[in-house]
Design a binder for this molecule. Structure first.
Ligand code: RP5
Length: 167
């Protein structure tokens, strides 16, 4: 079991179907995490407490997902030196483009590493946390190499149906 501890936070339980993709990757790699709802606009005091205590709580990284005018990742990044990995959650009307721009367009000085909208972004945020930690963790690096090798094998084994054949 890795010594790394990761926080996964999101603005609503409605974000979980997307954010659980980050949790799944961390689970697969044996990286401990704690996932919870910390809403920037419905629980602002809790959000400040979470960010202010993130370092002393032992978090090595925070994966933060939110949708709409997504303030959570940027505000957490402003509250802690723990690196924040932002996941834009798809929104109902603007399909997450609002979430993406809210998270990615941080003014200079307080970065949020921002990923793709939706499930791929959540999974990639976790993979990027793992890649960052693997620089100093040989066991994690081997797991990451194996994961990549399996992906390569899966792609090589892909079959395209003949024209007219159902896939
Ligand atoms: C944001 O508002 C959340 O991150 C969520 O993506 C969005 C909608 O939340 P619900 O109304 O579904 O709780 O704070």
């Amino acid at each position: 079991m890795s010594k790394i501890k990761v926080g996964i936070v999101m603005g609503s339980s409605s974000d979980w179907p997307v954010m659980q993709n980050a949790a799944q990757i961390l689970t697969d790699f044996g990286v401990p995490f704690e996932a919870k709802v910390v809403s920037a606009h419905r629980m602002p005091i809790d959000m400040v407490d979470y960010g202010a205590q993130a370092s002393e709580q032992g978090y090595h990284a925070i994966i933060a997902g939110a949708g709409g005018a997504a303030h959570l990742p940027g505000m957490l990044a402003a509250l802690t030196e723990v690196p924040v990995f932002g996941v834009p959650v798809p929104s109902r009307y603007l399909k997450g483009e609002d979430s993406l721009l809210s998270i990615v367009q941080m003014p200079k000085g307080v970065p949020v590493a921002t990923f793709a909208i939706g499930e791929a972004g959540a999974a990639n945020a976790a993979l990027h946390v793992i890649a960052t930690m693997a620089v100093h963790d040989a066991d994690l690096k081997e797991k990451l190499k194996a994961f990549r090798a399996q992906q390569t094998e899966n792609a090589r084994a892909m079959h395209l149906p003949a024209v007219g054949e159902s896939s």
